[in-house]
Design a protein around this ligand. Structure first.
Ligand SMILES: C[S@@+](CC[C@H](N)C(=O)[O-])C[C@H]1O[C@@H](n2cnc3c(N)ncnc32)[C@H](O)[C@@H]1O
Length: 315
């Protein structure tokens, strides 16, 4: 199958199992990519099931359009706009399972012209949606040292952020930085080579910033509560600590009950309602050693999954 060659889906079985797919259920894949998760969901759905998939990359939408299946809808846009993109389908409180597999697909990273990779020399771009206004080229060449430092430090946790930002600023006074190779060489001249490529953190930081990835995730998570059905599942795969922290805090926010004195004349359900408990069956799952051996990119993946408990259901 096409997607098998292009993109090796991470934690595929674990994430699909966590959705506990109901034959006639309604599902949502917010990061269609090359369709690895979507195709697996479709295999498990019955005749009356439905799958709505989104991606911000028009190339992924082209792949999605090739799936000819009356149960499947492919929609172009950002998952943070889920409310607008799904409006006409009337899916509030109806979705039985939502999945996000964050980050970029191999289709994106392996394409020179998309400018995501420090291994391939191409134009400095990094937009998941090439129609977005600001590319990495535009941003890096129009930002001051302080702003570049901020991005490298906060979105890449790069120890050498200050030195890199300073050097970028000096170099671009003479010549615009226009390719992934030029940027990577600047970083390599500062960051010592260890296990990972020296430009890993800086490229990650710039990509997260250009695509507003953390904002996207925060907005989506808040909106997801309006779409999940009672007992609906939410499963999110993230690839770095910044994303994972957001998912963890979101689930915890709706799961923590403060210590309550024993013997209060109040039931556990009443307490849960009072404290806005929305999630149960919370799990954190890592790739197996076997998967990491087969696909080294999976080594940083974390799947967090939880079951939504609607407060409108009386027990
Ligand atoms: C890791 S890939 C998903 C791969 C997919 N699960 C598969 O198995 O083929 C991530 C995809 O999510 C898309 N994406 C990332 N952030 C997005 C957002 N905020 N809204 C919509 N799509 C997004 C990217 O364009 C990319 O295609």
């Amino acid at each position: 199958m096409m997607n098998k060659k292009i993109h090796e889906t991470v934690l595929l079985n674990e994430s699909i199992n966590s959705l506990k797919i109901k034959k006639n259920g309604i599902y949502f894949d917010g990061t269609f990519g090359c369709g690895g998760h979507s195709k697996e969901i479709l295999k498990k759905l019955g005749k009356h099931g439905k799958l709505y998939a989104i991606d911000r990359d028009p190339q992924s939408i082209e792949i999605g359009k090739k799936i000819s299946d009356p149960r499947f809808y492919i929609i172009h846009g950002n998952f943070s706009n889920i409310d607008i993109l799904l409006k006409k389908y009337n899916l509030k409180n109806k979705i039985d399972g939502m999945i996000l597999d964050l980050g970029i697909s191999s289709l994106q990273i392996m394409s020179k012209k998309r400018g995501f990779s420090f291994y391939l020399d191409g134009p400095l771009d990094m937009r998941m949606n090439p129609n977005d206004k600001i590319s990495a080229f535009k941003w890096i060449n129009s930002s001051n040292t302080k702003d570049i430092y901020y991005v490298l430090k906060n979105f890449g946790e790069e120890r050498f952020a200050k030195k890199i930002a300073h050097k970028i600023s000096i170099i671009k006074k003479k010549k615009l930085i226009s390719t992934t190779k030029e940027l990577s060489q600047i970083i390599e001249s500062i960051v010592p080579r260890k296990n990972k490529h020296p430009a890993t953190k800086s490229f990650q930081a710039i990509r997260i910033f250009i695509n507003k990835e953390l904002d996207e995730l925060n907005i989506f998570l808040k909106k997801s509560l309006n779409f999940l059905n009672h007992k609906g599942k939410i499963s999110i795969i993230s690839f770095h600590s910044l994303e994972d922290r957001i998912v963890k805090r979101f689930i915890n926010k709706y799961n923590k009950i403060p210590n309550i004195p024993v013997g209060l004349p109040i039931s556990e359900n009443q307490i849960k309602k009072m404290y806005n408990i929305k999630f149960k069956n919370i799990h954190r799952i890592f790739p197996s050693l076997k998967e990491i051996k087969k696909n080294i990119k999976s080594r940083s993946a974390i799947l967090r999954t939880a079951t939504f408990k609607s407060q409108n259901i009386k027990k």
